[in-house]
Design a protein around this ligand. Structure first.
Ligand SMILES: [Zn+2]
Ligand SMILES: [Zn+2]
Length: 216
């Protein structure tokens, strides 16, 4: 729905794509609702940030789980060595079930160039607001009071990015360091032979594809 209302805004893709890391890469400003893989919804965007920094709006937690780091990396797909995630001040939900509403509320605010950090939503009215939006096919900012906050960033987290895939090390795939560029590569992404992980000498000698190409 937001995509129809804000066709120029990047992101706003089906969150299911994110859990499979199949997002289209967002060049420029984007807003995206993400699912963390365990029943929790959050919103990310980069409207108020410099390059390579992504704001996170989470109504429950003040940390960045690996599944969210992976999805953020897959959206921005940068050649930089890391992405910065700033956990923004965001209203805490009452109870455990309304994170989806808060995530949509944050995304709606961002699409309207409003700062979700300064919104104090009326939680009891959020569900009916969304139902109205579905009924009339127009999603307006959620009912809220504006609050002033001293500092909008609660915490900044640096997420190192590696390999040709420019994703974090999620611990699922072994990684080897290239002796040429000092970047680390996933075993499957770079088809690294098994000996590299078993033999110290082989590990030292291993070069990624780019470094092999440029040395020839
Ligand atoms: Zn990789
Ligand atoms: Zn290399």
């Amino acid at each position: 729905m937001l995509k129809d209302q804000f066709p120029q805004m990047k992101g706003l893709q089906d969150p299911v794509l994110g859990t499979k890391l199949h997002f289209e890469i967002a060049h420029g400003s984007f807003v995206q609702v993400l699912h963390d893989g365990s029943l929790h919804w959050v919103t990310v965007g980069n409207l108020f940030s410099r390059d390579n920094t992504v704001e996170l709006y989470d109504s429950l937690y003040s940390s960045v789980p690996m599944s969210i780091k992976m999805q953020i990396a897959s959206i921005i797909m940068t050649n930089e060595r890391s992405v910065h995630v700033t956990i923004q001040k965001f209203q805490r939900q009452q109870g455990g079930v309304d994170c989806g509403l808060f995530a949509i509320a944050a995304a709606t605010d961002l699409c309207n160039r409003r700062d979700p950090s300064t919104s104090n939503y009326k939680q009891t009215e959020m569900r009916s607001h969304l139902l109205q939006a579905v009924k009339y096919a127009v999603l307006l900012p959620f009912p809220s009071e504006s609050v002033t906050v001293k500092s909008k960033t609660v915490k900044a987290v640096q997420v190192p990015l590696w390999c040709s895939c420019r994703l974090p090390d999620n611990g699922e795939d072994k990684m080897a360091e290239c002796g040429g560029c000092d970047d680390y590569y996933h075993k499957t992404c770079a088809s690294i032979p098994r000996e590299v992980f078993q033999n110290n000498q082989k590990a030292k000698e291993w070069r990624c594809r780019d470094c092999v190409d440029t040395s020839q």
